[in-house]
Design a binder for this molecule. Structure first.
Ligand code: SF4
Length: 243
């Protein structure tokens, strides 16, 4: 990732057009997380298409199971967009099985592979002139691809500045009163996109840092002692008061 060694103050250029307090808070949070966790090097994949496959496989399962399914796909020579686009969902069942929900996921992979092959023959450069919003709409029109999966594909496979949020992001943001409980995906996404520069490397690493925050500290039960977010965002609102 190009963020390694980069002077983060350069990302503050254009600050006047942003909501300065929230911008400072979100950048402060990012810097604190990065100091604690280091660069996350996310998304782990060799090609944009592998990112897409991973984005489908990771739905409702952990990454260890994704890796098992990816290994089967790789061993079968199916981690290639042309090959996968030419396979039926039924032919993928045994390959996808370790990731769970293998029938649904095989059908989703089949739709996504066909889309990527027909639109770009597997080459993201062929989509270079397409506006991000158009690509997002097309991805969302594929059954089984929701906002988080679409944004993951846009950000990590197609390298578009589309911030990815998830339940980990939601927990930390709501516990610190940045948004109200019950806020939706698009409110969360807007919080970050409206207050950060549209920098792809920043977005990629920031989402990964928030996932790490959720895994290590801000899970279903928050473990606030020693959490790096606390010094930046202050004392959290107790969960009992958020219900
Ligand atoms: S201080 Fe507590 S509530 Fe805040 S992000 Fe860390 S674990 Fe979550």
């Amino acid at each position: 990732m190009r963020l390694e060694g980069q002077d983060l103050s350069s990302l503050r250029a254009g600050e006047n057009s942003l909501t300065v307090d929230m911008h400072a808070q979100l950048m402060g949070l990012y810097e604190a997380l990065r100091r604690e966790f280091g660069p996350r090097e996310w998304w782990p994949a060799d090609t944009p298409f592998e990112v897409m496959v991973g984005a489908i496989l990771t739905q409702r399962t952990n990454w260890q199971n994704v890796e098992k399914a990816m290994e089967r796909l790789r061993a079968a020579g199916a981690l290639d967009v042309r090959t996968l686009a030419g396979m039926s969902p039924e032919q993928m069942h045994e390959l996808v099985r370790p990731a769970g929900y293998y029938r649904q996921k095989s059908a989703r992979l089949s739709r996504l592979a066909r889309w990527f092959w027909e639109r770009a023959e597997g080459d993201p450069q062929r989509l270079a002139t397409r506006p991000t919003d158009d690509l997002r709409e097309e991805l969302l029109s594929l059954r089984g691809i929701g906002p988080e999966t679409a944004d993951s594909i846009l950000l990590y496979a197609l390298e578009r500045p589309s911030f990815v949020v998830d339940s980990y992001t939601n927990r930390a943001v709501v516990r610190h009163g940045l948004l109200e409980p019950g806020c939706g995906y698009y409110e969360l996404k807007e919080l970050f996109e409206a207050n950060l520069p549209a920098d792809i490397d920043l977005y990629q690493d920031y989402h990964a840092q928030l996932v790490e925050l959720g895994k290590r500290f801000c899970g279903t039960r928050p473990r606030c002692a020693g959490c790096p977010a606390r010094a930046i965002l202050g004392e959290p609102i107790p969960d009992e008061e958020l219900r």
